[in-house]
Design a protein around this ligand. Sequence first.
Ligand SMILES: [Zn+2]
Length: 81
Amino acid sequence: MKFLVFIAILVLGWYVMRWLQNAEVERRVRARTADLRAGKAPPPRQMRATDTMLCSRCGAYVPSEFPTACDRKDCPFPGVG
Ligand SMILES: [Zn+2]
């Protein structure tokens, strides 16, 4: 019987923990939504894309801003690869 009570307390504790976590997540989402509506929160981070170009020797696409060299000796890009 003691064992059953112990299990029941564990299960109850687990449910209480889960409920508290859900409440916390909901609170954060609500706060974030309110901040967004009020224009207080920073906008979501912008994704930054970079252009690539094709290496004429190895056929790999490398970033055109900072091209990296492949291990071929005739690679047109001087960067450290
Ligand atoms: Zn190359």
